[in-house]
Design a protein around this ligand. Structure first.
Ligand code: PLP
Length: 380
């Protein structure tokens, strides 16, 4: 069976050995005589699954016991509300707007208190993350929120903001487990898992226990989103996303078997280097993100012509490369290069970019003339 190269931003490609293991265990999970899909979450077999998932994730990310690890439903979006309801104690939090998802989180937070925009890169079309030297973080905030990898625009915070004593809250949905991380720099770090870890509908929330020890900041917080309750109940205050947790635990095992987060970083650096080298040498394709903010996970680019972009995307699909169309809000192309995407996929895409450019010399020349015109206009 031929599998396509999936450059989609999520749900995204998963490691083939994990899919094969799921397939082989599906009818009879470890001799239990039933599938994981049919199994009660209160059984010893499922307790072992969720326990193993948490243990492996703690080992991979170096998560200390002072942090809770929660597996919650509702994807990343539900946490846009969960975070202010749990953490907005004085009623004032800071948000860095670096794209759509941080903007959505900021809008959600406004329902629960004052959500101050500390910095924004909206003015430059979110082609970068705000320069850390360009803002200061008021020290009376309950937390400072950022979206560390901006899936839609293809930008990444390579340096975390200096928030002083203010806890950092970070959405790492699209860079989860892609490189080593120092969890202790965060008050809360969370991810929807459908890019680098598993199927959609599940999120991992890793939160400092002292921040949730008094219960949620807002009394009206639904019990499902009460992080303290979820920690006490081991993410099983109700029926959890059992299949999602099982699939994630297999992906965590796969990452560990590959050499952990250092090995993921090496894989991801190699793919990103290839992709950006192709963009930098191209006259036809232009990267959206400024160099210093480029994401290793999502590379966004365009030709400048919608017709050409459409032709490129159709050609990619015809060659077995899907998911290259960018988010509807930006247009153009995006190559998502998550952990499980093999280097060969990026080799195939960059080879096709070269082939496409060679087949469109006039358009490439016009694009190059346009780009140098823009440069000299900028230098005036
Ligand atoms: C960075 C980031 N945050 C949040 C979300 C929303 O995630 P979900 O659809 O799981 O709610 C996404 C979705 O792609 C994302 O890329």
């Amino acid at each position: 069976m031929a599998r396509v190269y999936n450059f989609g931003a999520g749900p995204a490609t998963m490691p083939v050995p994990v899919l094969e293991q799921i397939q082989s265990e599906l009818l009879d999970y470890h001799g239990e005589g039933l599938s994981i899909l049919e199994m009660s979450h209160r059984t010893p077999a499922f307790s072992a699954v969720i326990g193993h998932a948490e243990e492996t994730l703690r080992r991979l990310m170096g998560i200390p016991d002072t942090y809770a690890v929660l597996f919650l439903q509702g994807g990343a979006t539900l946490q846009f509300a969960g975070i202010p309801m749990n953490l907005m104690r004085t009623g004032r939090a800071g948000y860095i707007r670096s794209g759509l998802f941080s903007t959505l989180a900021w809008q959600e937070a406004q329902k629960h208190g004052e959500a101050l925009v500390v910095a924004s890169s909206e003015g430059t079309g979110y082609d970068r993350v705000p320069d850390p030297g360009s803002y200061t973080v008021p020290q009376d905030l309950d937390y400072l929120y950022l979206c560390e990898n901006n899936t839609i625009y293809g930008t990444k915070f390579w340096e975390l903001p200096d928030a002083g004593a203010v806890p950092l809250v970070s959405d790492v949905s699209s860079c989860f487990l892609s490189e080593p991380v120092d969890v202790t720099r965060y008050g809360l770090v969370y991810a929807g898992v459908q890019k680098n870890a598993g199927p959609a509908g599940l999120s991992c929330v890793i939160v400092r226990r002292d921040l949730i020890a008094r219960g949620p900041a807002k009394a009206y917080c639904p019990s499902y989103l009460d992080y303290r309750v979820q920690d006490e109940k081991d993410s099983m205050m109700n029926t959890p996303n059992t299949f999602g947790i099982y699939a994630c635990s297999l992906v965590f095992d796969w990452i560990e078997a590959q050499g952990g987060l250092e090995a993921m970083r090496e894989r991801n650096r190699a793919k990103a280097a290839l992709m950006y080298a192709a963009l930098d040498k191209s006259s036809l394709f232009r990267a959206h993100a400024q160099k210093a903010s480029r994401s290793m996970m999502n590379a966004t680019f365009r030709t400048g012509s919608k017709e050409l972009d459409d032709e490129f995307i159709a050609g990619a699909e015809a060659r077995g490369m899907i998911g290259v169309r960018a988010h509807r809000s930006t247009g153009g192309m995006r190559a998502s290069m998550y952990n499980a995407l093999p280097l060969e996929a990026v080799e195939a895409l960059t080879a096709y970019m070269e082939e496409f450019e060679a087949a469109h010399p006039a358009e490439a020349e016009a694009a190059a003339a346009g780009a140098s015109g823009e440069k000299s206009a900028r230098s005036c």
